[in-house]
Write a protein that binds this ligand. Structure first.
Ligand code: PMT
Length: 409
């Protein structure tokens, strides 16, 4: 997996200030663009004495911002628009003057205004004469900015343009871009994977107003889907009956019945890398669903139920490259039943929860689980938040992906 993927489509504001190293910013812009980022350059007045606007325009394919009062690239409040759209602001080179201005919150040009207005991470690559860099005032200013959460890319040492040797050189463009890539790639361990997750309960309608359902809230599967998306996976969440909202960063498909869940899952299965089935699926449906509300009478009432297909069993029969993870919700004989389900449904591992234990199972924020693997290994986990259990499950999934890669190599 190339780390370049992490930068695709990322909107990066490259601030260029007036130092001799400004020419190296051209290569920084070029490398960022080659890595897939959308680069928007803001040049300070002084930077324009060292490099031309035209160079950056050609390299980035975007208009270059050279001042607050000149031509604007977009007809909204320009610095605010740039500040809002940015995924990251990088200033390379960052002069002592810019660092000083930022440390006291000055906003007297397009670059400082944009940085003050943005909520995106700000990376500064200082470059200056080594005495200016080591001056306590500069160091104090950098400390102030670091404390505010800005990332300072340390300058390199070597021969400086002013004729002395020391610390203050702009690091090589390749190293600056590597640091930015590292930022975007961190936590992206499932990038390039498609993960299909089911959550919530399915229902068996009886008539237009009544149904048979179960206690699932959807929280367990939702936590798994959320974490997978956070790790960069393409996530499809097939969500049964649940009060939870659609998941940001993922495609949510809402279903009610087992057959609807089956159709949605089968539709998404072939190109998925893994399926995690946390949904509580109705095993039976009503044989004859009434078209109208059934009127009550003085007699008792019985309903005929017929078996629903077992979706996970069906996936187990079809599976090729996909990793299959099931859940087992039990009220007794947890390990025995979980092991049977693991084998019968041809799963890679199963997450067994005893839903009678306080702090486990339906609706709450926590769960208590045992993970059982194909080779018979079992791993017992204490009570933890469903979001934490989601991390445990996905760590194991990643382990399986890694093992498979190692076997292919
Ligand atoms: O949603 P929450 O309120 O957070 O609660 C979480 C949970 C208790 C629902 C969850 O932790 C859990 O245990 N989910 C599985 C519930 C279940 O249906 O278990 P099961 O043992 O009946 O089924 C075994 C596996 O087969 C499950 O992965 C299930 O999704 C799947 N299955 C079952 C029946 C069926 N017809 N088709 C299926 O795919």
């Amino acid at each position: 997996m190339s780390s370049g993927h992490c930068m695709t489509g990322k909107k990066i504001i490259l601030g260029v200030t007036g130092g001799i190293a400004a020419y190296k910013a051209v290569e920084v812009a070029s490398r960022l663009r080659k890595a897939g980022a959308e680069v928007h350059v803001i040049m300070t007045r002084a930077a324009q004495e060292f490099v031309t606007e035209l160079t950056f325009r050609e390299i980035t394919g975007n208009p270059v911002n050279t001042g607050m009062w000149g031509k604007v690239a977009h007809w909204n409040v320009e610095h605010i628009a740039l500040a809002q759209m940015a995924d990251l602001v990088l200033v390379a080179p960052a002069t002592a003057n810019l660092i000083a201005k930022l440390s006291i919150g000055m906003a007297d040009d397009m670059l400082t205004t944009t940085i003050l207005a943005t909520r995106a991470p700000v990376f500064l690559a200082p470059a200056m004469n080594s005495n200016m860099f080591s001056n306590p005032v500069t160091q104090k200013n950098l400390e102030t900015l670091r404390a505010q959460g800005m990332e300072i890319i340390p300058p390199a040492s070597g021969h400086l343009a002013c004729g002395v040797d020391g610390v203050g050189r702009l690091p090589e463009p390749v190293d600056i871009v590597a640091r930015v890539e590292e930022y975007f790639c961190q936590g992206q361990s499932l990038k390039g994977r498609k993960i299909l997750v089911t959550a919530g309960g399915t229902i068996a309608p009886i008539d237009p107003v009544r149904f048979i359902g179960n206690r699932s809230s959807g929280k367990m599967g939702y936590a798994v889907a959320e974490e997978a998306a956070r790790r960069g996976a393409e996530v499809v969440l097939v969500l049964g009956v649940s009060a939870l909202p659609d998941l940001g960063n993922a495609r949510t498909i809402r279903v009610e019945t087992t057959e609807e869940m089956r159709q949605a899952v089968l539709q998404e299965f072939s190109d998925s890398d893994a399926v995690i089935k946390a949904a509580a699926v109705a095993d039976y449906r009503v044989k004859q669903v009434a078209g109208q509300k059934i009127k009550k009478s003085d007699d008792d009432w019985s309903i005929d139920l017929v078996r629903n297909p077992d979706i996970l069993y069906e996936l187990g029969q079809k599976k090729e490259h996909q990793v299959l993870v099931g859940f087992a919700a039990e009220t007794q004989n947890l390990m025995e039943y979980a092991k049977k389900k693991l084998a019968k449904k041809n799963l890679d591992f199963i997450v067994a929860n005893d839903v009678t234990m306080p702090g486990a199972g339906f609706q709450g924020e926590t769960n208590i689980a045992r993970l059982v693997f194909r080779d018979g290994r079992a791993e017992e986990h204490p009570m933890m938040k469903k979001s934490e259990l989601a991390c445990v499950i996905l760590d194991h999934l990643e382990g399986i992906f890694r093992e498979r890669c190692a076997r292919v190599e």
